[in-house]
Design a binder for this molecule. Structure first.
Ligand SMILES: [Zn+2]
Length: 482
């Protein structure tokens, strides 16, 4: 039976008016009010996609009409044409799914790492993030980032604060988020001069000032204490192989704490919410990105098999994570009753490697649908002009490019924690995360990507290439103290 093809154009909604400016609407939308336009009948690929979507659609529907459901319906109308057909006219792979548009994304990323016009000055404080997202996206696509080595090292040498840590740029106050993105960027471009540009001693003091009496970390002096701080601090202490002891002038010493890790596991534990997810701080609403930060922090504190069950209710967390995958879209949302968004391909999709390393879930158990996630990323999140995005109707940006590609990597590989990996490093000071490897590419049923659509493997805790992680730690293990 021929299936009518859903038009990509006839999807006007208040939601779209909200998310697109006028010029984009002219480009993306027709002015018809019909849900379906006569686009002819579906091609065999489109017919297969439509049958697939029917097979994963949840058959029951809440009869209660709410604003949330209305927005959900409108969002489906925007997204489904991209999952059923190919409105962007991308070349298709052997499975009838848009191929990974490497050339378009490479072109986009070159601009991300390039020069910016004066009006971009408002983004100055985000500079380390833009560099990190751009470089990580490039490495995921297999683009050589070596040509950026000197430029990146120079850029960040100016952003290092005399009292330790990094700000967004020269003269800006240090902040843990900027420092995290900086250290990951420096680890990626690597090299002795790059590593040596980091002042580890002032960094140690800076992180000591962030440590709080209750075990957590603030993002900056006098700033908010949340789970990003806990994760970012552990990433930096571990990659730079900093001493775990707090400096004598660290304020948390007054409360009897002596190390960076004192009380930290218990503090993360308090961030697990009633529904099983993990929130920014105790008592807040659970959120996908904070779930990844919490799991990442615990996976640095020790082997996931020990730390995750010790500090978290894993069955409840698994239920919450599993409930984030949207049907029939296939991508993840970040919170209960929220909309699918490509960045959670990583923030939630990336949690699974860490959870699976902590449990004995048999490989045959389908707690998440890797191929559905990949469909969403390849079919709905690739921008025709390059880069990846939240969902159709939104613009691509460096952030969503980075985390869509990281999510694609999580779906395409099996990342495994193995104590026998790198036995020569990580024997002390937060050394657990140096024993990960890629076991194999995912080869389950219904794989929908070709080898050309496969991104590079990514370290599941640090979200930079394995090699960058291991080389950086290996270098700093040669340093005793400062
Ligand atoms: Zn997003």
């Amino acid at each position: 039976m021929d299936v009518p093809l859903r038009s990509s154009a006839g999807v006007p909604s208040s939601r779209l008016e909200e998310i697109l400016d006028g010029s984009d609407r002219i480009e993306e939308l027709s002015d018809t009010d019909n849900e379906y336009e006569d686009m002819g009948t579906a091609t065999p690929e489109e017919q297969a996609n439509i049958e697939y979507l029917d097979s994963v659609r949840i058959p029951i529907r809440d009869s209660l009409k709410t604003e949330t459901l209305k927005v959900q319906d409108e969002t489906h109308e925007i997204i489904l044409p991209y999952l059923e057909g190919n409105p962007n006219d991308f070349t298709l792979n052997a499975y009838g799914i848009p191929k990974l548009q490497r050339e378009r994304h490479a072109h986009f990323l070159k601009k991300v790492i390039g020069d910016y016009p004066p009006q971009a000055a408002m983004m100055d404080a985000s500079r380390p993030w833009i560099v990190y997202w751009g470089l990580q996206s490039m490495t995921a696509l297999g683009i050589d980032i070596h040509p950026y080595q000197k430029l990146v090292a120079h850029t960040f040498s100016l952003a290092q604060h005399p009292t330790g840590g990094y700000g967004g740029g020269y003269g800006q106050l240090p902040h843990l988020a900027c420092t995290y993105a900086t250290i990951l960027s420096l680890a990626m471009v690597a090299g002795t001069a790059t590593y040596e540009s980091v002042d580890r001693k002032t960094m140690w003091h800076f992180l000591g000032r962030m440590k709080q009496a209750d075990g957590g970390f603030t993002m900056c002096e006098g700033g908010e204490e949340d789970i990003r701080g806990a994760f970012c601090a552990m990433v930096i202490v571990s990659l730079l192989n900093l001493p775990l002891d707090l400096s004598q002038d660290a304020p948390a010493r007054k409360a009897g704490l002596t190390t960076f890790t004192d009380g930290l596991g218990d503090w993360v534990s308090q961030c697990q919410s009633w529904d099983g997810g993990i929130s920014a701080a105790p008592g807040n609403e659970a959120h996908g990105a904070y779930a990844f930060c919490g799991l990442g922090c615990l996976s640095i504190l020790g082997p996931p098999k020990e730390t995750l069950p010790k500090y978290l209710n894993l069955p409840l967390l698994t239920h919450w994570l599993s409930s984030r995958q949207c049907s029939p879209e296939g991508g993840y949302n970040g919170r209960t009753n929220k909309l699918v968004d490509g960045c959670y391909s990583h923030w939630v999709g990336g949690c699974w490697s860490l959870v699976e390393a902590a449990t004995s879930i048999p490989p045959s158990t389908q707690l998440w649908n890797r191929t559905a996630l990949s469909r969403y990323i390849l079919a709905a999140c690739q921008e025709k002009k390059g880069g990846l995005k939240d969902k159709p109707g939104k613009h691509s940006d460096a952030y969503h490019t980075c985390y869509n590609l990281a999510g694609l990597s999580a779906a395409q590989y099996k990342y495994v924690y193995d104590e026998s990996v790198n036995k020569d490093i990580g024997s002390a000071n937060l050394g657990a995360p140096y024993h990960w490897k890629t076991a194999c590419g995912y080869e389950g049923e219904n794989v929908i990507w070709d080898s050309e659509d496969t991104v590079r493997g990514i370290h599941p805790v640090f979200i930079i290439p394995y090699r960058s992680v291991y080389e950086c730690r290996r270098y700093f293990e040669t340093k005793e103290d400062f």
